[in-house]
Design a binder for this molecule. Structure first.
Ligand code: 9D3
Length: 473
């Protein structure tokens, strides 16, 4: 079974099958990672002359594709099932990378391509889940737009790009256009390669590339540049209060989070950040009034919230959030890796699931089993083993912070906690991240350990909250 199937309903199936046979996408189809079928709407007409269109009621120029052949073509691929169905139309919402990501998570997609003046509205109401355009210009049909969207979606499917290139690089360059690049020869038609690229000075090269990317973005995409500047400005301001805001600056700098709301008054920053992939909001408000204003921008589809003021916690509780835990935030500003005394620390696998749940879910905090399962599956949980038995655990939360530290009672006082945490810090440093995490408020042993390892503790208290599902009556 392929990872994702694309069904394209069209009057020109050869255009689709011809176009998607080539290149990276064609290869992925041959390997069986993807599958396509271009369905000719005309094959499903009940008209004996093969006609699929007719005049529009109420008059007007041109013809309209009738409901019946479209519906029957749809039923031929969907059977009785409901499949996400995209009507490719100039009247749709513009296609974006975010939409591509969302659609790449589906197992099956139907694309309905329009022509002529359109399609009878009644069949659209019956089968279409999304109306999508590719931009504000006029084409002759929906086939090319469907192929554009399929290309963008397919390359996000694991395995399609091969194992070396990741589809979405983790870098702040995501907000900027790419810098110019040069290859041999050093001089071509009297044009020289910029000096700095030949210098071998990596820092200088990086600085030059960033400056080029910024200039290019400012000139060609002022809209993107505006967003980028706003983000940089917020990062810089929040960096002045690193201990309390490292979770926000890191999420922004990593490109995980976008700004939903920000308000800057005399260096007092209030901000609401949203990490769409992890459905996590990070909020910090300078005062209660800003907090209330900020809360109006909370997105609907959120699972987790991290806040650092008591009034924010209360505001969220009124909006159907439940406190998962109360924490101190700790930050490691060093660059040197820490020594790890305990030698047997390794990634946990699902065979340790029950053990981890007993330590992290049942006792305190109320972390969900489902969350632990996901953390293990994503390779983010590490265990310290003593004679092949798990004796302690630490993990990375979804948004990149450290947490879930636990050591079996009978193994305490031997430095296992310190080893686990040092190990986790080293993993983060290797990835070029700033290590920070959450420890249970009032867990004096743990707080002592943080201090010993050289972590700084935030003055603020942090609450992790989860959005409760709305009651369905
Ligand atoms: C403006 C809509 N129609 C007015 C009567 C005419 C029309 C123009 C072009 C109807 C269909 C088309 C064909 N274009 C697409 O099907 C299409 C499209 C596009 O033209 N531009 C950007 N995105 C898309 S997605 C589908």
């Amino acid at each position: 079974m392929s990872e994702i199937s694309f069904h394209i309903l069209t009057l020109f199936p050869e255009m689709i099958s011809g176009g998607l046979r080539c290149g990276v996408i064609g290869r992925a189809a041959l390997k069986g990672i993807l599958s396509f079928d271009a369905v000719n709407i005309r094959d499903y007409t009940s008209d004996k002359h093969g006609k699929v269109d007719d005049y529009p009621y109420g008059g007007g120029a041109g013809m309209l594709i009738q409901a019946q052949p479209v519906y029957d073509a749809y039923r031929a691929v969907a059977g009785g099932r409901k499949i996400r169905t995209i009507y490719v139309t100039p009247q749709g919402t513009p296609f974006t990378q975010q939409k591509a990501r969302e659609l790449a998570a589906e197992k099956e997609l139907v694309f309905l391509c329009g022509h002529y003046e359109g399609i009878d509205e009644r069949v659209l109401e019956e089968i279409v889940t999304d109306n999508i355009s590719i931009g504000d210009y006029v084409l002759t049909g929906g086939e090319l737009p469907a192929m554009v969207m399929i290309d963008a979606i397919a390359r996000l499917v694991p395995g399609v790009l091969g194992n070396h290139s990741s589809a979405e690089e983790e870098s702040f360059h995501n907000d900027l256009l790419e810098y110019p690049q040069y290859s041999r020869p050093e001089e071509w038609q009297g044009k020289k390669v910029p000096e700095v690229l030949l210098s071998g000075d990596h820092r200088k090269v990086a600085a030059w590339r960033l400056q080029q990317a910024e200039t290019r973005t400012a000139l060609r995409r002022p809209d993107l540049y505006e967003k980028y500047s706003q983000k940089q400005c917020l990062i810089r301001l929040m960096a002045q209060d690193k201990r309390n805001k490292i979770h926000m600056t890191e999420s922004l700098a990593r490109g995980y989070a976008e700004i939903l709301y920000s308000d800057i008054r005399e260096k007092e920053v209030s901000a609401l950040l949203y990490d769409r992939d992890r459905q996590t909001v990070l909020a910090s408000a300078a005062d209660e009034a800003s907090g209330r204003e900020l809360a109006d921008y909370l997105p609907e589809d959120t699972k987790l919230a991290v806040v650092s003021e008591p009034f924010m916690k209360e505001l969220l509780e009124k909006r159907h959030y439940r406190v998962l835990g109360v924490y101190s935030q700790v930050l490691y500003t060093g660059r040197e890796s820490l020594s790890v005394k305990h030698k047997d620390i390794r990634q946990l696998s699902m065979e340790h699931y029950v053990w981890v749940c007993r330590r992290c879910c049942d006792g305190y905090g109320g972390i969900r089993r489902e969350y632990i399962r996901k953390r293990i599956m994503e390779g983010d949980m590490y265990g310290a083993f003593v004679q092949e038995q798990p004796a302690g655990v630490i993990g990375f939360h979804e948004e990149g912070s450290l947490g879930m530290l636990f050591v079996e009672e009978s193994f305490r006082g031997q430095g296992l906690g310190a080893s686990l945490e040092s190990y986790a810090v080293n993993r983060m440093l290797e990835k070029g991240r700033v290590p920070y995490g959450y420890v249970e408020k009032g867990n004096l042993i743990s707080e002592k350990l943080q201090e010993k390892l050289g972590f700084y503790k935030a003055e603020k208290t942090f609450w992790r909250l989860e959005k409760m599902l709305a009651n369905r009556c």
